[in-house]
Ligand binder design. Structure first.
Ligand SMILES: [Zn+2]
Length: 467
């Protein structure tokens, strides 16, 4: 036998080309791309299907500490099952230390949670919330050198938000180790001011989560984060950009030479703040930060996708159960939106939503889809060329798409630990019908395939910062 597997006759997508050819896989890697590749132990007929690089979702939250009494709905087993069924082969969740836990201890414990149960490959981003000398001087450098080459800082959330000075100190560690800084950009003081005012006026329902985090809160923080990165001389990724004004700040910064990358998410392309205004506490299902905005801001974000202003399209999967006092229905949540855990599930629906709304509706090419969902994630987070593209010697991480299959997104079909999807009833055209991780089938027709989880930890290289 020449190959372990040949994927035959699919339309293969890279960031530059779409070609109909065969893929020969040996030892979990792509050994050849061509025609008449010869013999293989297994032939996968991909005629009529599109062969994409397996999705890389570089912004997911799994088993993350979420405050007293609150529990995230997904562990690595359920989140990675959802990821695989949704066409992904790599996820990069965030490691957040518990109160009093060092970053190094937190990473060791977090890796143990993934070991043996994860169905897709995984890297780990760090969240830096402590800026003491041990964290910045010892733990962070050691962890960066060990392949956790990106980390997130927060400008919002009590207990997580860093001051400008602290952000600069963290950025200088990134500069020394050529790591990627990611920032959650919202102005905490402005939010707390608006939130106190809203509560005083009796505006306490889920909808006011959105009104107390308006566009200027994000726009200002995006501008400030970029400015700090310019001062510290580091590249920067702005995660979950939700609106046109924030995107304008990014474009303006690029024009003056700042090295800044931008991510958006399905919620900012398909949901609005009106969803938070649903009755019977249903609005809580849509509480995430930044909040979904208006149709006009959706249009602005789509413009960014179409023009290439966004390098990354991620889920920001952050699942909480709805009918659960350890989730959205937390103590006090019905009295004030401030007690509703922030975040929505989306790892399994990320790709079908962009395929349908982006590719099928003619907004973006197949090549742009591959870049936004896989290739750019791998490049910006140090996984290229092994991950994120269909190329000789890369891992055989492949997702086969039926571009004509029509599906309605329904909670009952999904694999995440949440008890709802924000996209219930959302109709899509195009669906990932088979996912291969390093040459092995891990999901087929929306269900898991293959017995044991075989996802492995990925030590990552330094990010590529020239795209
Ligand atoms: Zn997030």
């Amino acid at each position: 036998m020449t190959y372990d597997t040949i994927v035959r006759g699919g339309r293969i997508v890279t960031t530059s080309d779409v070609v109909t050819a065969d893929i020969g896989i040996s030892g979990g890697r792509i050994a050849a791309i061509g025609v008449d590749l010869g013999e293989a132990a297994e032939i996968v007929d991909a005629s009529g299907l599109i062969v994409m690089p397996g999705g890389v979702d570089s912004h997911v939250h799994i088993s993350q500490p979420s405050g007293p009494g609150i529990e995230m709905a997904d562990d690595f087993a359920s989140a990675s099952a959802a990821a695989a069924c949704g066409g992904n082969t790599t996820v990069i969740p965030f490691c957040l230390p518990e109160q009093g836990q060092s970053l190094r201890e937190a990473v060791a414990a977090y890796r143990a949670k993934a070991e043996g149960v994860c169905r897709v490959d995984y890297g780990i981003h760090l969240i830096v919330k402590d800026t003491d000398p041990t964290t910045l001087g010892q733990d962070l450098p050691a962890l960066l050198e060990a392949g956790h080459t990106s980390f997130k800082v927060f400008m919002t959330y009590e207990g997580l938000a860093l001051s400008d000075r602290e952000i600069l100190d963290v950025m200088s560690v990134a500069r020394a180790h050529r790591a990627m800084v990611m920032v959650h950009a919202e102005n905490e003081d402005a939010i707390s001011f608006l939130r106190d005012n809203a509560e005083r006026e009796g505006h306490t329902g889920p909808f006011h989560h959105a009104t107390t985090r308006p566009v200027p809160v994000e726009r200002e923080a995006v501008h400030r984060a970029i400015t700090l990165a310019e001062i510290a001389e580091v590249p920067l990724t702005i995660v979950h950009v939700s609106n046109g004004e924030a995107l304008d700040e990014i474009r303006r910064a690029r024009r003056r030479g700042a090295r800044v990358f931008a991510e958006t998410c399905p919620q900012y392309l398909t949901l609005t703040a009106e969803d938070l205004d649903r009755t019977e506490f249903e609005g809580a299902k849509y509480v995430c930060s930044p909040p979904p905005r208006t149709v006009a801001e959706q249009v602005a974000c789509w413009g960014g996708i179409e023009r290439g202003d966004f390098e990354l399209y991620s889920s920001d999967h952050c699942p909480f159960r709805f009918a659960d006092t350890a989730g959205k229905d937390a103590p006090g949540a019905r009295k004030s939106f401030r007690n509703i855990p922030n975040g929505i599930p989306g790892v399994e629906t990320r790709l079908p939503i962009l395929f349908s709304e982006g590719v099928v509706k003619g907004r973006i090419s197949l090549q742009r889809f591959a870049a936004l969902t896989a290739t750019n994630h791998a490049r910006l987070y140090g996984l290229a060329p092994r991950k994120g593209s269909i190329a000789v010697d890369a891992d055989a991480d492949l997702t086969l798409w039926d571009p004509t299959l029509q599906r309605t997104i329904r909670q009952v079909d999904l694999h995440h630990g949440a008890d709802y999807t924000p996209w219930e009833g959302f109709e899509v055209t195009g669906w990932p019908v088979a996912t291969f991780l390093r040459g092995q089938l891990v999901a087929r027709d929306g269900e898991l395939a293959g017995a044991a989880p075989r996802g492995a930890f990925l030590a990552r290289e330094c990010p590529e910062t020239v795209m």
